[in-house]
Design a binder for this molecule. Structure first.
Ligand code: SF4
Ligand code: SF4
Length: 418
């Protein structure tokens, strides 16, 4: 692991702001290991919060309209989307919060499922499946409030500014999964939050331990977090619940709180907009499906891919945006505008920094060398499949070797050779 500069100062203490709603939203129909099926025909009018798509497999992942307007189903960049053109009438479904005291465990799982809640940390795993542990003993419920990627402060601003129902929701989930210990993990650099949250939970008489983590990267990645908090080492490919641990991001807790206490499905989230090329920085409450170009317009910037590198997520694990029509998803915590790096595989100077910081003890320079040659045997020999895609190697590389793109290409190459 390594310590990296946090670069959060400019956004973490700003008020969470809204932006004007976009003229349309683009809702991806790609769900966790599944393709969602539209439940609405092109041309029809939908209300805000209306169910518009769901997966046909057992995951039962659901998508709701974040705005009211006219539906279209479009293909874009090889992916299918539901596009809703905003009528700006804000006509919405009547949302009735469930009577919490009358809900049994199956009812709570159903509320979470029907609100379309998936992990807000990026992987998009359906939360009702994660919490359906039946009689499997759960010792630790860890709430991940450690946003270890530079720039990102969406989760911090959520914990700092929106105490409403967050901790009561944690208590509901603790009872649901029958967790023995509940731990909220935040980074040391945010230690000012600890006292504030401890005061809130003591007022509510809720038993949550607030644990400070080191500022090392990737402290917030699931396996690392579990090891730090519980001492347990979860074998790769194994499910944490099978080892008595469930981890949820604080943003996921907020989405559940909205469903339990307001009856509102997962249709908006807080996103950090930042980066050295961003003229306006802050944390914004955005509708899921908001196109990137709309956000850029609202902060007074143009789409200039030659001059900026635009990232959805954090600089370490985020995804480079290739078109301004790409949009905010349920797992998007950040939109970063960074300087453009000119990367070159053969610039490696064999300094070894990438291997020094790799939490998996891999040799990332070898991935670049073998991926560019299409050598899957070489990639396997250096154990590419153990890479957790944390981005630490690319961050420290002084020669801007494109390690992350090599890793992603390399993994695809291995799959095709299976
Ligand atoms: S090789 Fe993978 S696990 Fe290791 S630092 Fe790079 S991205 Fe992280
Ligand atoms: S950090 Fe970059 S330059 Fe150094 S060995 Fe790794 S890939 Fe090569």
């Amino acid at each position: 692991m390594m310590t990296i500069s946090s670069l959060k100062k400019e956004t973490k203490n700003q008020e969470i702001e809204g932006l004007p709603d976009p003229p349309y939203v683009m809702m991806s129909l790609l769900g966790y290991q599944s393709q969602l099926k539209p439940l609405v025909e092109p041309g029809i009018h939908v209300l805000q919060y209306q169910l518009i798509a769901q997966s046909e497999n057992n995951w039962s992942i659901k998508l709701h309209a974040p705005i009211s307007g006219i539906v279209d189903v479009v293909e874009y960049n090889g992916q299918n989307y539901i596009k809703i053109t905003n009528d700006f009438k804000n006509e919405r479904m009547v949302c009735v919060p469930p009577k919490l005291a009358a809900l049994n465990n199956q009812d709570i799982l159903r509320v979470i499922r029907d609100a379309g809640i998936v992990g807000s940390g990026g992987a998009g795993f359906p939360t009702h499946i994660k919490y359906d542990v039946a009689d499997r003993p759960i010792t630790h419920f860890i709430i991940n409030g450690a946003e270890c990627e530079p720039y990102l402060s969406a989760d911090y601003s959520l914990m700092n500014q929106e105490e409403n129902h967050l901790w009561k929701t944690v208590q509901v989930i603790q009872k649901l999964i029958k967790a023995k210990y509940v731990i909220l993990a935040i980074e040391k650099q945010n230690r000012e939050l600890k006292k504030k949250i401890e005061h809130q939970i003591s007022q509510l008489n809720i038993n949550i331990k607030v644990q400070l983590l080191g500022n090392d990267y990737p402290q917030g990645s699931e396996l690392q977090l579990i090891k730090t908090v519980t001492g347990k080492i979860i074998p790769k490919g194994s499910i944490p619940a099978h080892h008595g641990v469930i981890v949820s991001n604080i943003g996921t807790i907020k989405a559940i709180a909205n469903a339990l206490y307001q009856g509102i499905p997962y249709t908006e989230r807080i996103v950090t907009v930042s980066g050295e090329k961003a003229k306006t920085r802050g944390n914004f409450l955005l509708k899921i499906g908001t196109p990137i170009h709309h956000i850029l317009e609202q902060i007074g910037q143009d789409w200039q891919p030659d001059d900026q590198q635009i990232i959805l997520g954090g600089p370490m694990m985020g995804k480079a945006v290739t078109h301004s029509e790409e949009s905010i998803s349920k797992g998007t915590g950040g939109l970063l505008l960074l300087r453009h790096l000119k990367t070159e595989v053969f610039n490696c100077i064999q300094c070894g920094y990438c291997a020094d910081v790799c939490p998996q003890k891999l040799m990332p320079m070898e991935f670049a060398r073998h991926a560019v040659r299409g050598n899957s045997d070489g990639l396997n020999q250096f154990d590419l499949k153990s890479c957790i895609e944390c981005g630490a190697c690319a961050y420290v590389c002084p020669s801007d070797v494109p390690l992350m793109s090599s890793i992603i290409t390399g993994k695809q190459l291995i799959k095709t050779k299976l």
